[in-house]
Design a protein around this ligand. Structure first.
Ligand SMILES: *Cc1c(COP(=O)(O)O)cnc(C)c1O
Length: 363
């Protein structure tokens, strides 16, 4: 057992994919493995997704897509976030589909490319503005007729799908249907709009393909949708560390930088060797939840670069004892979402920011 470990439960991952399949049984599944599979490890999670039946993989960056091809993945694969100087031709020649929002991006395609045209239905980020859609379609049609591109998909992305009752969802679905209708002459095989939240809660958004990310990793897309267990999802990552130093300190002792925590009574303290260099939020100071020495505790004092401290009171501990930062959410073990709540962020960020110094092990 090293200093710290992220244990990845591939059984839980497969079960979450199954759960998502049951939620959208008539759609193909595009497993989103961008950002190192949300911190879980790109290649192992991509393999596990294919084994669980995901027809497609999706990533943001061209570099991520090329890494999948280098690792031997040959299946349908979409990459949607590219800068002008990225290797468009190399990606197209590797059989990777490219998400395109603008005419100038289309004009960057100098080798036959499989394209998914993106319409901005309301997110206000990437995607073609509705007013520019006709021109994008026209340009794509001419390129397709000339044999230089193959338009495989029309797609868009939600703004508030984690709030399923929000009327903007209905508006986006309607705008999406209009955009698909306007592109009818392109004879496109796939229409896709749903992220995890919409896969679970908005059947009208399923179309031919769904693009779940966070839910595959067993994390709720948003507090408003309930916790992972409410959604039938199982947390995939458990973050553990080995206690490095245990000692007894007298009442009144301050702990860690700035002495933001002071011991009420004589107490046993334990050092946990994970810090903000590993992705533990520094603002988890005095609020981060940890399971240690048989019960739930809270980070005592400042989270440092490589470590933080726990106040164990009169409970016993030894060097090498295992503490759990987050995992199942059962028996006192916190969820990644619990860390998100106390640090003012979302579960996505807690797992995605976990640093390269933490070994991932797969079970
Ligand atoms: C990240 C991403 C997803 C997955 O979103 P989740 O909320 O994690 O399910 C789907 N589509 C696109 C375009 C994305 O960038």
């Amino acid at each position: 057992m090293p200093r710290a470990q992220a244990r990845i439960d591939l059984g839980a991952f497969a079960s979450n994919l199954q759960r998502l399949r049951e939620a959208a049984p008539r759609s193909e599944q595009l497993a989103v493995v961008k950002a190192d599979a949300y911190g879980h490890g790109l290649i192992p999670m991509a393999r596990a997704a294919r084994e669980a039946g995901a027809e497609w993989l999706g990533v943001a960056l061209f570099s991520e897509a090329l890494e999948l091809r280098s690792a031997g993945d040959t299946g349908p694969l979409l990459a949607w976030l590219a800068a002008p100087d990225d290797p468009w031709s190399e990606v197209a020649e590797a059989g990777i589909d490219i998400g395109v929002s603008t005419v100038s991006q289309l004009q960057r395609l100098t080798t036959p490319t499989r394209v998914h045209l993106k319409i901005d239905t309301g997110l206000g980020r990437a995607g073609c503005a509705p007013a520019d859609w006709a021109l994008l379609i026209d340009t794509a049609q001419r390129m397709q007729d000339a044999g230089s591109i193959d338009v495989v998909g029309i797609w868009s992305h939600f703004t508030v799908a984690d709030d399923p009752a929000n009327p903007l969802n209905t508006v986006q679905i309607q705008r999406f249907q209009e955009a698909v209708a306007a592109a009818e002459s392109l004879d496109v095989e796939h229409h896709h709009l749903a992220n995890s939240a919409a896969t679970l809660a908005l059947p009208a958004a399923h179309f031919t393909l769904v693009r779940p990310g966070i839910a595959m990793y067993g994390i709720s897309p948003g507090a408003g949708m309930g916790c992972a267990a409410d959604l039938g999802l199982r947390p995939v990552m458990t973050l553990v560390a080995q206690v490095t130093v245990v000692k007894r300190l007298p009442a009144g002792s301050g702990l860690s930088y700035g002495h933001l925590y002071t011991l009420d009574g004589d107490s046993t303290t334990a050092v946990v060797p994970l810090g903000y260099a590993d992705g533990i939020p520094r603002n988890a100071t005095n609020v981060g939840p940890v399971f240690a020495a048989g019960k739930r505790r809270t980070v005592a004092g400042r989270v440092c670069m490589d470590q933080f401290v726990l106040d164990l009171g009169d409970d016993a501990a030894a060097e090498g004892d295992e503490v759990v930062l987050f995992g199942s959410g059962a028996d006192g073990i916190p969820l990644a979402e619990d860390w998100a709540e106390v640090t003012g962020t979302i579960g996505y960020e807690i797992v995605t920011r976990l640093g390269a110094r933490v070994e991932r092990v797969y079970r």
